[in-house]
Design a protein around this ligand. Structure first.
Ligand code: NAD
Ligand code: MN
Length: 493
C-alpha cells in the first residue's frame, strides 16, 4: 500500500489537515491501492500561491520549448503504459484493455500537444487603412483549477493538463477521490520530463472542500471541470460571481438508433460496446437503444443472447468483458434505477441484480441489464444512469426515432446505424448532440477532434483537438500603424 502526498512546487507534501483517505479497488474492496491526503483550503492556497509565482516564468518560455517537455512526457508514458494501465484498473475497475486505451489517449494528447506548440496559429487580417497591419495572438491566462471525474483517470486529466500548460498557464488539479493515483503518477512523470516546479500541482481531497476552495480562490482565473451536470451548474454559478472563465463537460443520455435497413450485426457489436464498455460508466455510454419497429423483436433477441454471454470479473484478467461499478454507492444507485424502471412499467429481459459469484463477491459487480418497451417519458429513458443498464425504445419510423433521440436534456453523443446515405445525412443534420457517429457506437472519441456536447452537457466549449486551446487562451488583437501619422479608424471619421 502506497502513501501518496500532495504535489506542490515540485515537492511531495502531507496535508496541513493531517487527515487521509483510502483509494480502494472496486473489484476487490479489501485491497487498498493507496492512502491520500485529505486536503483542506490551506493546502489549496499554498498550491495556488506557488502556481502564481511559477506562471511568470513559465509563460515566458517559448511554445516550442514547452511542447518539448510534453513530448518527453509522452515518451515516459509510452515506457510506463502497462504500469499505468494496471494501476488504473486497480483503482477504477475497468478492464485492462480499456485502461490501456485510456492511457493511450493520454499519450496521444501529449503528442498532439508536442506538435501544437509549433503551429500555434493566429490570424493576420487586412486593415481598413493604409500602412497598418492587424493580427491576433493567443496568450495564457494564469492559474487554472482543473477538476476531474473518476471514469477516465488519465485521459480526462490529460485533456485538460496538456492544453492548459502548453498554452503557458499553470495549474492546480484535484482528481476524483475514487481515482487519485493515476494523476499522482502523471505528476511524477511531468517532473521526470523536466517540467519546472510549481507549473503543475496536485491537491487531493473532496469536492466540497478542495473543489469549493478552487472555485472561490481569487487568484484562480479559470476552472475546467468534467463531471455531473448538478455539480457543473454549481461550478458555473460560483465562477460567474467572479467572472472566472469556466469550461464544463457534463452528463449524457446518449442514444443509438438502428434503422430497419441497418447492418444488424454491426449495430449489435456497436451497442454491446457502447452500453456495457466501462460498465456503462462513460459520459458517452449508450444508455438508450432506439429501434425501428420492423426489426424491434429480432434485434432484442439477438442482443439478449450476447449480453448474457458477457463475462464479469476482475479487469486485470485479459478475458473479462465487464468490470465492477466504481463503488458500492454507485451500485446502489444503479440498482435503484432498475427498481424505478420496473415500477414505471418497463419490461426487464435480463440482469437486474447484483453479481456476487466467486471472486466477484469481493467487489461491486452488477449484471448487465436490458429494459425493453421503455417509453420516452420514463425516468430510465431520461436520467443518466451511469451503469450497465440499457433502455430499449421502439420508433415507428425515422422521424420518430430522431425525435426520441433528441428527447433528452442532454446532448453529448449519438449513433445512427443505417445503410441509407440520405437518412444518414438527415440524421447528422437533426441530431442535437455535439458528437454524431454513423455506423459506429456512441463512444470512441479521438484526441485530435473537438469533444463536448450541446444542451445540459456543457456550456459550449469543446475539449480535444485545437478547440481545447481556445479554452485555455485569451485572444489579444494587435494593430500596428506604420504610417507615422494619426490615422483614425473608419468609425471615427
Ligand atoms: P461528480 O460531478 O460527482 O464529480 C466530479 C468532480 O467534481 C470530482 O473531482 C468531485 O470531487 C468534484 N466536486 C464535487 N463537488 C464539487 C464542488 N461542490 N465544487 C467543486 N468540485 C466538486 O462526477 P463523477 O461522479 O466523478 O463523474 C461522473 C459524471 O461525470 C457523470 O455525470 C458523467 O456523465 C460526467 N462525465 C462527463 C464527461 C464529459 O466530457 N462530458 C466525461 C466523463 C464524465
Ligand atoms: Mn479507487
Amino acid at each position: 500500500m502506497k502513501q501518496y502526498k500532495n504535489f506542490i512546487d515540485g515537492k511531495l507534501m502531507d496535508s496541513k489537515s493531517g487527515r487521509t483517505f483510502e483509494n480502494r479497488n472496486p473489484a476487490n474492496w479489501g485491497e487498498i491501492v493507496g492512502v491520500f491526503p485529505k486536503s483542506n483550503v490551506e493546502d489549496l492556497n499554498m498550491a495556488v500561491e506557488v502556481a502564481k509565482k511559477a506562471y511568470q516564468k513559465w509563460r515566458a518560455v517559448p511554445w516550442p520549448a514547452r511542447s518539448e517537455i510534453m513530448r518527453k512526457v509522452a515518451e515516459i508514458m509510452i515506457a510506463k503504459k502497462e504500469e499505468l494501465s494496471q494501476l488504473m484498473t486497480r483503482e477504477m475497475g475497468k478492464v485492462i484493455k480499456e485502461t490501456r486505451g485510456d492511457t493511450q489517449e493520454g499519450i496521444d494528447t501529449a503528442l498532439y500537444a508536442s506538435i501544437e506548440g509549433r503551429k500555434h496559429y493566429g490570424y493576420t487580417l487586412p486593415s481598413e487603412l493604409p500602412n497598418k497591419s492587424c493580427k491576433t495572438i493567443r496568450e495564457p491566462l494564469g492559474v487554472w483549477g482543473l477538476i476531474t471525474p473518476w471514469n477516465f483517470p488519465i485521459a480526462i486529466p490529460t485533456w485538460k493538463i496538456f492544453p492548459c500548460l502548453l498554452s503557458g498557464n499553470t495549474a492546480v488539479i484535484k482528481p476524483a477521490t475514487y481515482t487519485p493515483a493515476c494523476v499522482g503518477a502523471l505528476a511524477q512523470i511531468f517532473q521526470e520530463a523536466g517540467l519546472p516546479a510549481g507549473v503543475l500541482n496536485v491537491v487531493y481531497g473532496g469536492g466540497s472542500e478542495v473543489g469549493e476552495a478552487i472555485l472561490n480562490h481569487p487568484d484562480i482565473v479559470g476552472v475546467s471541470f468534467t463531471g455531473s451536470s448538478d455539480i457543473g451548474k454549481r461550478i458555473g454559478e460560483v465562477c460567474g460571481k467572479t467572472l472566472k472563465r469556466c469550461s464544463l463537460e457534463l452528463g449524457g443520455k446518449n442514444g443509438q438508433v438502428v434503422l430497419k435497413d441497418a447492418n444488424l450485426e454491426l449495430a449489435l457489436e456497436g451497442v454491446l460496446w457502447g452500453a456495457f464498455g466501462t460498465t456503462g460508466q462513460r459520459c458517452t455510454a449508450t444508455s438508450r437503444l432506439i429501434l425501428e419497429a420492423p426489426i424491434y423483436d429480432k434485434f432484442i433477441d439477438m442482443l439478449k443472447v450476447r449480453v448474457e454471454a458477457l463475462k464479469l470479473g476482475n479487469g486485470l484478467n485479459e478475458d473479462i468483458d465487464v468490470g465492477p461499478l466504481v463503488s458500492e454507492s454507485q451500485r446502489e444507485s444503479i440498482h435503484g434505477y432498475v427498481e424505478i424502471g420496473k415500477k414505471d412499467g418497463a419490461r426487464m429481459v435480463t440482469g437486474g441484480e447484483l453479481y456476487e459469484q466467486g471472486e466477484c463477491e469481493k467487489g461491486w459487480f452488477y449484471k448487465p441489464t436490458i429494459f425493453v418497451d421503455v417509453l420516452p417519458t420514463m425516468r430510465i429513458a431520461q436520467e443518466e444512469i451511469f451503469g450497465p443498464v440499457l433502455s430499449v425504445l421502439k420508433a415507428k419510423d425515422f422521424n420518430e426515432a430522431i425525435s426520441i433521440l433528441n428527447n433528452t436534456i442532454y446532448g453529448l453523443s449519438s449513433a445512427i446505424y443505417t445503410c441509407d446515405l440520405n437518412l444518414a445525412h438527415k440524421a447528422i443534420e437533426l441530431a442535437e448532440t455535439g458528437i454524431v457517429y454513423i455506423n459506429a457506437p456512441t463512444i470512441g472519441a479521438e484526441c485530435h477532434l473537438p469533444f463536448g456536447g450541446m444542451k445540459n452537457t456543457g456550456n459550449g466549449h469543446r475539449e480535444g483537438g485545437w478547440t481545447a486551446y481556445e479554452i485555455f487562451t485569451e485572444i489579444k488583437t494587435v494593430y500596428i500603424d506604420y504610417s507615422g501619422s494619426l490615422q483614425k479608424a473608419q468609425i471615427d471619421t
